[in-house]
Design a protein around this ligand. Sequence first.
Ligand code: ADP
Ligand code: MG
Length: 328
Amino acid sequence: MPDSEFQLIQSYFSEPGQAMAFEQARADVVLGIGDDCAIVTPRQQANLAFSIDTLVSGVHFPHDTTPAAIAHKALTVNLSDLAAMGAEPAWFTLSLTLPDYDEAWLQQFSQSLFSLARKNNLQLIGGDTSHGPLSITIQISGYLEQNKGIQRSGAKVGDIVAVTGALGAAAIGLDIALQQNHELYTNLSESDKQYALNALNFPQARIAEGLSLQGIAHSALDISDGLIADLGHILDASHVGAELQLEKLPLSKPMFKLEQQLAWQKALTGGDDYELCFTLAKEDWPLVRQKHAQFTAIGSITREKGLRLYTAEGLLYKTRSGGYDHFG
Ligand code: ADP
Ligand code: MG
């Protein structure tokens, strides 16, 4: 470690005097990194949304993940929580636990972190640094229009269930990164595998999509643990059920080369995609779909509890409220 954390923070995380300095610091930040607290002046008449996530090496990402991917993912999982509420990113703090003082690692980490932050008009305003097994905690906050946060509990019987993009690639990427289940992927080319690894390591938080759903979606969340598990949270919180048509699931590109059942299984249960799943009134769907060609309607909300998965041939799987009973 350097003489003090001070040097590390100064070199890699402070705005002045380092290559990744923000071109434009946010006007609402009164005091950023360097004092006991950061100070901001929030907009009047707005709500603030807060979220925090920790990524532990070997638990939330494989040990050999690049520093650029770790930074990207640590920030994206937080951005994605804001996206799911329809919030606009504003500030974040960073708690870093580092096994050693590796300048090349820190350089790549901070470059990737600031690059993504800048794209989202998001400013790092403080943090903490300590010594130990690699772990990254980011706490993010952002603006919500007053009482407009999209919650999990708002789904209504008759709503369309939709997702913002293709599913499943990150789960394949994880198998590839961990060098497991080779036999499932013999049809994939090198470029398919790269695509899947990229989906795992550089997921995109759907901030603009979340903002555009504000005032329209009745409920939403981001898909971090797989569609079945996450949609289950909406169903439980809203006291409703859902039925999905599996043929409508938007599958990620490499998945068209997989067996149908395997592709569906990955799209339904694979985590780490960070697309949004949301519900909205049937009458609002055509206009939303017209604005967002990448959104897909996959089913509808039902009074009957639990989740039912249909194919053209009929009912394929049935789950109770909460977890699912069986798959395949
Ligand atoms: P304290 O002793 O008050 O906790 P620290 O020495 O931990 O202060 O931090 C000094 C300043 O540097 C604080 O403003 C803190 O927010 C900031 N800071 C520390 N670590 C980080 C980090 N990893 N990223 C961003 N800011 C950091
Ligand atoms: Mg501290």
